[in-house]
Design a protein around this ligand. Sequence first.
Ligand SMILES: Nc1nc2c(ncn2[C@@H]2O[C@H](COP(=O)(O)OP(=O)(O)OP(=O)(O)O)[C@@H](O)[C@H]2O)c(=O)[nH]1
Length: 324
Amino acid sequence: MASARHDGPSTPRVLLMGARRAGKSSIQKVVFHKMSPHETLFLEPTNKLVKNDIANSSFVQFEVWDFPGHVDTTSAAVKPELTFGGCSALVWVIDAQDDHAEALARLQATIGTAYRINPSIVFEVLVHKVDSFSEDQRIECQRELQAHLSEELTAARLQHVKVNFHLTSIYDHSVFEAFSKVVQQLIPQLPTLESLLDILVASCRIEKAFLFDVVSKIYIATDSSLVDMQSYELCADMIDVVIDVSCIYGLGEGADDGTGSTASNCVITLNNGTALFLREMNRSLALVCILKESVMQQQGLLEYNCASFRKALGELFRLPNQPK
Ligand SMILES: Nc1nc2c(ncn2[C@@H]2O[C@H](COP(=O)(O)OP(=O)(O)OP(=O)(O)O)[C@@H](O)[C@H]2O)c(=O)[nH]1
């Protein structure tokens, strides 16, 4: 994903497509530009293709192309060879509160065109605006969409194409979680990263570990145990707390607190015997772990293993700005 690490010469590209008013621009603004969800009510419709460089850090670097909803994404107007040829992931946004038939037909046609040009594209569908749905309605809506798309793809002899579905809303963490999974697919070193996190988790009795991009709060990798939304939300919220406290009481850029370390770190103990543990890995990445409070008695072991993890990360990506 980062240009320094990527084999190809260009930055990976993510396409955002879907019907008018589906929520494409809102998703991009909320996830990557820190727009508050309510402000998206005032977003103007997108009338032409908007190319956005997401360069939060030396690590998270890719382009998002936001297509206007009214454009036919299979027509010559979108220059399919160019658009799909150099694309890594296609994110299709469906408004769950709207009629799905047309969106699904367009999605199937777009998958057909894109897959023919570039079979390595990763297809992701965001079943979006599910904030007003109950849990049962969400599951039912996704099931229905998946079944219809699968029928359409089979009819078009594209049943082998893998399409991932995510239930999302800009009003909670779900859209960040979904984008985390999209971004992870752009990282060639992901399996190594996950193995490193698995080793860390096993050696320190950590319950869950996330490696976060601090600016966007999407997670670059996690260990192989299942992700539950609540754990992700807790860890993402911890980043906000640490940033807020650092802004007020932090030492500032490049300052040394006398301990020889410039890395931010924080432990928060919750009232249910669980602790949250954060260690800055470099200027843009932070490791956030959930563990039993009792494990914190072995903090020395934890610190040692985190330092080893940071070192391995540095070797894997040759990260600049490594904290001392
Ligand atoms: N309830 C709800 N509304 C949302 C959500 N995401 C976006 N919206 C609203 O949907 C409307 C359309 O959002 P846009 O981001 O402009 O949609 P778009 O897909 O970029 O639309 P075009 O520019 O016409 O292609 C706005 O009023 C947003 O506030 C969501 O998760 N939940």
